[in-house]
Design a binder for this molecule. Structure first.
Ligand code: ADP
Length: 331
């Protein structure tokens, strides 16, 4: 029935074994997360799990299992260029206490807000966190919930957290979180989400983490922001990281630059997001394939600059920094 469906592992996750706390790999690749119902006090909604399960609509459960449970490949730290201090903060404050309970006296962090321009790797980082925890990842867009799934939005949110609770360890990733937390329009959904955040933060023995991402942190009211245990700014990649992303992406398009050209390119792409850098390389690769004849990779890139510009202006980046100073978590 519905409970069995909630407990069924997402297939692709059976293919890899999660990293263990000490970095060793399990000898036998078993199921990547414990398949069990919550054994102690219920995490969400107050009713015991059996009662909660009675309230779950099987069709919504099917939708959540099909569309919200992620089946992407694992993401490792090395897949993310730069973001050194953010990675260290996540490792220190979120992962280590969760993977080695007892080793750190303070209560582990369970709720995280990642903010920054689009395409800077907020989703990528969240997927990496999930890989490091060997967890089920449930990804939900706040905007989709409010538009395409509006009629069932409350039920869907409830079911997402029910499935997370059944499939621990689990990461619930809410992208475009501002659409659910900007007051006014979201109404019940907002208070529902805030109470889930509080429940996750409070139940220290439970293995559920909630990550909200947003490119518009200013739309989230102050009280809601503060419900996240940490708020981390994910800026566009720095020069070194841009060089890294460009080198890797260009190699995929059989484009080869000298170190000097690469350095010049990294300099020219200040404030480009990781996603925009990839797009730039894609355009250059396409130009390369379309136009046979003598032209260098750098010339192809020159042309690509007409097509791809950074979406975030310097002014917007300054606003992110200001917001970070006021509400961000120091790390
Ligand atoms: P966001 O969630 O911040 O909008 P994403 O995580 O979806 O951005 O990033 C989009 C894509 O851009 C990623 O899948 C990845 O391919 C690339 N990307 C962004 N930032 C980085 C980075 N720091 N290192 C490597 N790739 C990156």
């Amino acid at each position: 029935g519905a409970r069995d469906a909630a407990l069924r592992p997402a297939e692709p996750f059976e293919k890899f074994s999660p990293p263990l706390a000490n970095g060793e790999r399990a000898a036998e690749p078993g199921p990547p997360f414990p398949l069990r119902l919550p054994s102690k006090a219920p995490a969400f909604g107050g009713a015991p799990p059996e009662e909660q399960h009675k309230n779950v609509d099987p069709l919504v459960l099917e939708l959540v299992n099909a569309k919200v449970v992620e089946r992407g490949p694992p993401v490792q730290w090395s897949d993310i260029a730069g973001q050194v201090s953010v990675k260290a903060a996540i490792e220190e404050e979120l992962l280590r206490p969760l993977l080695r309970p007892g080793s750190v006296p303070s209560r582990p962090l369970r709720t995280l807000l990642l903010f920054g321009p689009r395409g800077t790797g907020k989703t990528l980082l969240s997927r990496c966190i999930s890989t490091q925890l060997g967890s089920t990842l449930l990804r939900l867009s706040g905007t989709t919930l409010l538009s395409a799934w509006k009629a069932e939005a409350e039920k869907i949110l409830q079911t997402v957290f029910f499935v997370a609770s059944c499939r621990q360890p689990a990461v619930v990733l809410i992208t475009e979180a501002e659409s659910l937390l900007d007051g006014g329009q979201a109404g019940n959904l907002k208070s529902q989400l805030l109470s889930y955040l509080d429940n996750v933060a409070a139940s220290s023995e439970r293995n559920v983490v909630v990550i909200g991402t947003t490119a518009r942190p200013g739309s989230i009211d102050e009280a809601s922001q503060r419900r996240f245990g940490a708020r981390l700014y994910i800026p566009p990649p720095d020069g070194e990281a841009r060089r890294h992303i460009l080198r890797r992406a260009l190699a995929q398009h059989s484009c080869c630059l000298s170190e000097r050209e690469l350095a010049a390119l990294a300099q020219r792409t200040e404030s480009f997001s990781g996603a925009e850098l990839l797009r730039l390389c894609q355009h250059a690769g396409a130009a390369r394939r379309a136009l046979p004849g003598p032209h260098t990779c750098y010339q192809d890139l020159e042309k690509a600059f007409c097509k791809v510009r950074p979406a975030a202006s310097q002014k917007e980046l300054d606003l992110f920094l200001e917001w970070d100073k006021m509400y961000g978590t120091r790390h």
